[in-house]
Design a binder for this molecule. Structure first.
Ligand code: ATP
Ligand code: MG
Length: 769
């Protein structure tokens, strides 16, 4: 076709170029991390547009996260050296399916205004159904049922299609409850996450005309991170692609990390069967990481048995070894990383100063994030949490969102249930039951039910007046949204104000209240990026990150799962301990499947790093309030020694914090260690553990001193109570304050924000201010 210049092709190596130029027919690109799969895929989109093969809306491109989708859009624009007016069907499976489902909702018995439930809603609903079926929820938890149902949806099984072999699931009640759940969702005009795909697949399977329409529209289909597609996603792709067969999938079997969510690596192997004659492209040159990092990652993944196997090499020759460091506990680890980040930012170790944006901390489990968040808040290090719906998971955010939801769709009963008595309106269980009854007997939503109940004077006391105000409020807010004259931001502010929700937190005297008010402000700020409330709510249901102020440099914190496909010059991988990484569950499992998936996650983690990668572990960790001692991860043994440098753990090999003149007396972490010592493994236990022995021998091989008890890290309990009146102190929950009195092991403290309180001395530390 048009012989427009295509300078972007010159940036590719021959294999990538072949994959980009093979525009027609099925293409499978199977290659290791950092070999430029995503780059090739992005270039392919640009090339399709530039060569006139397709209009932007004729390209269907699926990425794994919203962040990846955004990045890809920007890059396509850049490659073409012009603003493409977006590629409207470039997004995650979920985002694309929401769009499709809104258009055809009626074909599966929904209205196009359906709401998307979050996990909380899902569980609440299941609990109701479980109770109605008179099943003991304590023995058969709703979460378990939710998990089973998700699994079925991931395989694209509707209640009618679940095979008989699954009949025993959930005490034999799984299938009927699944059917009841789907029915209930339909009456609520709601879907859960799994439904988005399931419904669209169902529509395609039952309405040939609709499928045909999209087969014609999507002339070219592209899929990134193909190794993580589940059966439903695979079916969906196959249905769409089987006409023209212009489908290009890229992936890496070594990075398949969603098996627990139903992803099937087998989809890769099936590709060539389903699309015979596919061009298979292999890429082997890694452009991302230094040789040591690449070798370390390859060393770890080599321990997996079920691999397709591939070669990876880099033209780079320089670079630092992967660094390994052990810490006494999780807090110390967080502190050390905080300091490393700051020193890299200043420019140290002969390196140029590194921007915070270039650094990432990748954790195995989201509960690990808290230690970093807390530490970074304390030292004022800007950070962002990516990938997890953390921000949107907070209570005040969920409440506010529930208000927005009822205002947008007053028939959203689950949202109404959440906020009807928040703030307290004197509407206890009894009153709520009456509302439920009124709604049920009239076959209407809860808001309508409440209205009917009030009219019939079926409710007395303070509650009646308050409910009246709430119902009127919802009517008014809904009216304002429909009317469209007021901006959605103003409407959101009005809702939070008139409902009394903001006020509730303003009157709240707990130390968390100010933070919650800040979060609410942050939420309203986030609205600015959307045209209306519905769009925003949709986004949040699918949300992947909470980046609101892109301007400031920040270090990123995210789970390894969320880091897929991303790259950072500097990466920290904390918490490499058996039981955390690999997870306890994967270790308990019989067979290697779980463990191999964890190992792939380790491979994903290391291969995110471009220049500097630091793995760390702690000997003690507080998990859900309990101290646990831990052994270094078995994956650490698999790191090839020649590519690893073992750093001196602070306090254990001498030197460390004491030598650096820090934390000698009473910084938060060190006192925490001393005070809780009795609950932790003894140091002797740790030193004698095989993991530490290995560390010691590695350290001594490199001429480091043998571990010795450090006087600087552990503080005697007596030292802790050595506060005197007037001392500035810090308390984990109440923040900063001054000692006002001392009574035995208790201190009376005048806190700056939380007022005067008596607290146990060992929970208080001298303020570092
Ligand atoms: P992952 O498996 O982690 O998703 P990937 O295979 O998708 O990795 P990309 O993210 O596309 O890899 O590329 C890794 C890095 O290498 C990027 O910074 C990219 O710009 C760069 N890169 C890719 N191909 C080339 C090339 N031919 N020349 C120079 N740099 C390249
Ligand atoms: Mg990629």
């Amino acid at each position: 076709m048009a012989a427009r210049p295509a300078p972007y092709l010159d940036d590719l190596n021959p294999a990538q170029r072949a994959a980009v130029e093979a525009l027609d027919g099925p293409v499978l690109m199977l290659a290791g991390a950092g070999t430029g799969k995503t780059k090739a895929l992005t270039t392919r989109i640009a090339h399709l547009l530039n060569s006139g093969r397709a209009w932007p809306n004729e390209i269907l491109a699926v990425t794994f996260t919203n962040k990846a989708a955004r990045e890809m859009k920007t890059r396509v624009g850049r490659l073409l050296g012009q603003a493409v007016e977006g590629v409207p069907w470039l997004g995650t499976f979920h985002a694309i399916c929401v769009k499709l489902l809104r258009r055809h909702a009626e074909l599966v018995g929904l209205k196009s205004s359906f709401t998307i439930l979050d996990t909380d809603d899902q569980i609440r609903l299941l609990k109701q159904l479980i109770a109605a079926a008179q099943i003991d929820e304590k023995r058969w938890p709703a979460r378990q049922l939710a998990h089973i149902i998700d699994g079925w949806k991931n395989r694209a099984w509707t209640p009618a299609n679940v095979p008989a072999s699954e009949g025993t699931a959930y005490n034999g009640q799984g299938v009927p409850l699944y059917a009841a759940y789907q029915e209930r969702l339909r009456t609520l005009n709601a879907v859960d996450f799994g439904d988005l795909l399931l419904h669209v697949v169902t529509i395609f399977q039952t309405h040939e005309d609709v499928l045909e329409q999209y087969r014609r529209r999507f002339k070219y289909i592209l899929v990134d991170e193909y190794q993580d597609t589940n059966v439903a996603q695979y079916l969906w792709l196959r249905l769409l692609a089987q006409g023209h067969r212009n489908i290009c999938c890229v992936g890496d079997d070594d990075q398949s990390i969603y098996g627990w969510r139903g992803a099937e690596v087998g989809n890769i192997l099936r590709f060539e069967k389903d699309f015979p004659g596919a061009t298979v492209v292999r890429l082997e040159q890694n452009y991302r990481s230094t040789p040591h990092i690449l070798a370390a990652a390859s060393g770890v993944i080599a321990a997996n048995k079920g691999r397709l196997g591939k070669t990876l090499w880099t033209a780079e020759t320089e670079g630092e070894k992967l660094r390994l460091i052990g810490h006494w506990d999780g807090e110390e680890e967080a502190r050390w990383i905080g300091e490393e980040v700051e020193s890299l930012q200043r420019g140290s170790r002969g390196m140029e100063p590194v921007s915070l944006d270039a650094m990432a901390i990748l954790v195995r489990a989201s509960h690990q994030m808290r230690a970093f968040e807390d530490r970074f808040l304390t030292i004022g290090l800007p950070y962002r949490v990516i990938g997890g719906p953390r921000f949107y998971e907070r209570m005040e955010i969920r409440d506010a969102m529930a208000y927005f939801r009822v205002a947008t769709s007053p028939e959203d009963d689950l949202a109404f249930e959440r906020i009807v008595n928040t703030p307290k309106r004197g509407l206890g269980d009894k009153a709520q039951q009456k509302i439920q009854q009124a709604a049920r007997s009239n076959g209407v939503s809860l808001v309508e039910g409440a209205r009917i109940l009030l009219q019939a004077k079926g409710l007395g006391g303070k509650g009646a007046g308050e409910l009246q105000r709430l119902v009127e409020g919802i009517g008014r807010w809904h009216g304002a949204i429909l009317d469209g004259r007021q901006s959605h931001i103003e409407i959101a502010e009005t809702i939070l104000e008139e409902s009394g929700y903001t006020e509730m937190w303003q009157n709240d005297k707990t130390p968390e209240a100010p933070g919650r008010l800040d979060n609410l402000k942050e939420l309203v700020k986030a609205l600015e990026n959307f045209d209306n409330l519905q769009g925003f709510l949709e986004h949040v249901s699918l949300v992947m990150d909470n980046e609101t102020d892109a301007g400031e440099e920040k270090v990123s914190i995210m789970t390894l799962h969320a880091a897929k496909g991303l790259e950072f010059p500097v990466v920290f991988l904390p918490g490499w301990e058996d039981g955390l990484f690999p997870s306890q569950r994967s270790m308990d499992e019989s067979g290697l499947k779980g463990l191999e998936e964890e190992r792939r996650l380790a491979y994903v983690g290391i291969t995110r790093a471009e220049q500097l990668c630091t793995i760390s572990f702690a000997a003690n960790r507080r998990v859900f309030g309990q101290w646990q001692s831990a052994l270094p991860s078995r994956f650490i043994d698999e790191l090839p020694e020649a590519h690893v440098e073992v750093l001196t753990p602070p306090g254990l090999y001498g030197g460390g914090y004491g030598a650096a003149g820090m934390a000698t007396s009473a910084s938060p972490a060190s006192v925490g260690i001393g005070s809780d010592l009795h609950e932790k493994a003894s140091r002797a236990d740790v030193y004698n553990s095989p993991g530490w022995r290995r560390m010691q021998s590695r350290a001594s091989e490199r001429g480091m001193s043998q571990p010795r008890e450090s006087r600087n890290v552990v503080i005697d309990l007596e030292a802790v109570s050595a506060f005197s009146e007037g001392d500035r102190v810090f308390h984990q929950k109440f923040g900063y304050g001054a000692v006002a009195g001392i009574e035995g092991d208790k201190l009376e403290i005048a806190f700056d924000k939380a007022g005067t309180k008596k607290v146990v001395a060992r929970f208080v530390v001298a303020a570092a201010e």
